[in-house]
Design a binder for this molecule. Structure first.
Ligand code: NAD
Length: 275
């Protein structure tokens, strides 16, 4: 029996990068998945990959910042798999500028994606989790559910050029701590993983040709200056940037039954680099 056999998970931004690795890891542990991404092709590819390995997954493409997304996303899990055990709020991107150059649009886009969308997903999940939990408790069962929100070292200690992103990633930590207090009675653990430097398209060197990404109508510059990246990597105690699989493993730990007595916490997954 695999550790998360027959659990039902929803993961946002799971078409590539860290989200993809989380979806693959959860699927390999027996979880059935609703795989979201803004981009339909990558979401479908991940679903196909999971099915090729004998797993069960359904693509749910769409923009998490749409006001009705949370309700639809949670309903998709319940309608498709008749359950809701794990929620991973992972989708996101960076849209950096120093404060004097940051537009309202840039500010709100990042707050919407990293904070408002997870809030709406979790608000939509509450009545569903409450009903499942009530029925289980009435039957004398204690079944634990897991929320893992994704933050960043930037949300713990700030990062120049990221007032929008660091504010959103600090906000999700506050949301996590409050929800852990509200949802303890529902046997639901609510935790956060803050990543340091993980190798994805967001942290590729800016000398790469692909240093812009398309987010809806916006072509957004991402990536890290090569010299800065080199210095940063040298300062990581474990000696290298993390892979998406390293990142996914930290999320996985917080989905296991062994974490049932851990809630309201933020784990820094950064190869030992302090925030
Ligand atoms: N890579 C790092 O070093 C790092 C560090 C700290 C935190 N993070 C966080 O980890 C998470 C994953 O980032 P990643 O590095 O894997 O990036 P990525 O670009 O490789 O993957 C993110 C995925 O999210 C999707 N996405 C973006 N906006 C979306 C939206 N509105 N609706 C639905 N999907 C959307 C993208 O299409 C993409 O497939 C993000 O929350 C990011 O802020 C990453």
């Amino acid at each position: 029996m695999r550790p998360l056999e027959s659990k039902v998970a929803v993961v946002t931004g799971a078409g590539r990068g860290i989200g993809r690795a989380i979806a693959m890891k959860l699927a390999s542990a027996g979880t059935k998945l609703i795989v979201n991404d803004l981009d339909i092709g990558p979401a479908q590819d991940v679903v196909q990959e999971i099915r090729n390995c004998g797993g069960d997954a359904t693509a749910y493409p769409g923009d998490i910042t749409r006001p009705d997304f949370g309700e639809r996303f949670i309903a998709a899990a319940v309608d498709t798999y008749k359950g809701l055990d794990i929620i991973v709020n992972n989708a996101g991107y960076t849209w950096d500028s120093v404060i004097q150059k940051m537009s309202d649009e840039q500010w709100y886009a990042i707050i919407d994606c990293h904070l408002t969308a997870p809030f709406r997903i979790l608000r939509a999940a509450q009545p569903v989790i409450r009903e499942f939990s009530k029925a289980e408790q009435a039957g004398g069962q204690a079944i634990f559910r897991k929320v893992v929100n994704i933050s960043s070292a930037s949300g713990l200690s700030g990062n120049p050029g990221q007032v929008n992103y660091s504010a959103a990633k600090a906000g999700i930590i506050g949301l996590t701590m409050t929800l852990a207090k509200e949802w303890g009675r529902l046997n639901t653990n609510v935790n956060c993983v803050a990543f340091g430097l993980i190798e994805t398209r967001l942290t590729a060197t800016t000398s790469d040709v692909s240093s812009t990404i398309q987010i809806g109508p916006h072509e957004v510059r991402v990536g890290v200056n090569p010299q800065f990246l080199e210095t940063l990597q040298k300062n990581i105690p474990l000696g290298h940037a993390g892979s998406p699989e390293d990142a996914a493993n930290a999320v996985y730990l917080l989905c296991l039954p062994e974490s049932n007595y851990i809630s309201g916490q933020t784990i820094l997954c950064s190869g030992g680099l302090s925030a």
